[in-house]
Design a protein around this ligand. Structure first.
Ligand SMILES: [Fe+2]
Length: 374
């Protein structure tokens, strides 16, 4: 079951249909994080391994990178999404919705040449877009009517300004994480001008850009299926009564331990042994199950290290003891040798000498005492 992120009413109906199908067909139901769907689909299509992700759509604007079992949000919009900003400006220009308002802005922008000065709102790692929209909504009709700027110029100016802001925070995230990969996902991600600007930035950094076309960038059922597939592989099945939807499920709330484990054989084996299905059922939600699993994963990965350290300590102690005993033996051997020499020098009786010789002959440690002339 696939639902677009911002269509709240559809999501409500869709969740009911999904729960009904799950019960009727007795098939597992898996709630999926929309953004993780975008990212996993992008990774699958492009083969990007561990990229910084620029997620730009009508509902979201985030710069994300994977760190410590979660997708972390490094920067985001503090008000509206970039896709929303473009769509609303398309309405000001009376651009059609077919195939999409953003696409029509992109086509007009190609013919624009004169840059209208818009505010550049980067705040740390975040961007703010609502002020830019308010200004262009107010000014565009005036400057277009006066002939000072064309519709094309205004589309060009809006794109150049907001995309430059996005590329700037993306570059900073790449510098921070040291990543040499950038993946662009989300509906605005298929804008060729954005891809071009991001590509220029990546080339300067010696990084590689991964992007997809509108088939995979724009919300699609396959991306939800891909994220669901990974969760199913991980053995995550949510109780049907808890399979609802939320618009506030942020990217960085998804713990990816299980998803990552499912991707390789040893992780898969671990999941089967510990019973992720049982955990998922026991803890109700995927996130809770993942948290429970995280402890096991930490334990199983630290146990071999602890055992190896213990072995090293025992080994060191043994070597130390052996050295001590060796020193002791050497001491005994040399004193006995000295004793026998002295006894020869002072002249002990021949029977005592023979007895000493016999005693020493069978013992390698007293080899020096043996009187070979006898
Ligand atoms: Fe989306």
């Amino acid at each position: 079951m696939y639902l677009s992120a911002h269509h709240f009413g559809y999501a409500q109906v869709g969740a009911v249909v999904a729960r009904t199908l799950s019960l009727a067909w007795k098939i597992p139901i898996i709630p999926v994080n929309h953004c993780v769907g975008h990212i996993e689909m992008g990774r699958l299509i492009t083969g990007a391994d561990n990229p910084v992700v620029l997620y730009v759509s009508g509902g979201n604007t985030q710069v994300i990178s994977y760190s410590n079992r979660k997708y972390r949000i490094f920067g985001e919009t503090i008000d509206i999404a970039v896709g929303n900003c473009l769509d609303r400006f398309a309405r000001v220009l009376n651009l059609p919705n077919n195939p999409s308002p953003g696409y029509n802005i992109e086509q007009l922008a190609k013919k624009g040449a004169k840059l209208f000065d818009l505010p550049y709102c980067v705040k740390g790692m975040d961007v703010s877009l609502s002020g830019i929209l308010s200004l262009i909504e107010k000014k565009a009709p005036q400057v277009i009517a006066s002939g000072e700027y064309t519709r094309e110029d205004m589309c060009f100016s809006l794109q150049e300004t907001v995309f430059a802001m996005l590329v700037e925070i993306t570059e900073r995230a790449m510098a921070h994480t040291g990543s040499r990969e950038l993946l662009i996902v989300g509906g605005v991600g298929c804008n060729m001008r954005l891809q071009e600007m991001a590509k220029a930035m990546c080339e300067e950094r010696g990084a590689h850009i991964f992007a997809t076309d509108e088939r995979f960038c724009i919300d699609n059922g396959a991306m939800i299926a891909r994220a669901g597939e990974l969760m199913l592989e991980a053995g995550l099945k949510t109780d049907v009564s808890k399979a609802t939807f939320t618009q506030r499920y942020r990217t960085d709330q998804v713990n990816l331990v299980l998803l990552l484990l499912a991707a390789d054989f040893s992780g898969w084996l671990l999941l089967r042994i510990l019973g992720a299905e049982h955990l998922a059922a026991k803890h109700g939600t995927c996130t809770e199950a993942v948290h429970a699993m995280a402890m096991w994963v930490a334990m199983t990965s630290t146990l071999p290290i602890v055992l190896n350290l213990a072995t090293l300590v025992v080994l060191a102690l043994t070597v130390w003891q052996v050295k001590k005993v060796k020193k002791l033996c050497e001491g005994i051997t040399s004193s006995t040798h000295w004793l026998s020499r002295s006894s020869v020098r002072v002249g002990i009786g021949s029977s005592a000498k023979r007895a000493l010789n016999e005693y020493a002959r069978g013992r390698p440690e007293f080899a020096l005492l043996v009187d070979k002339s006898e």
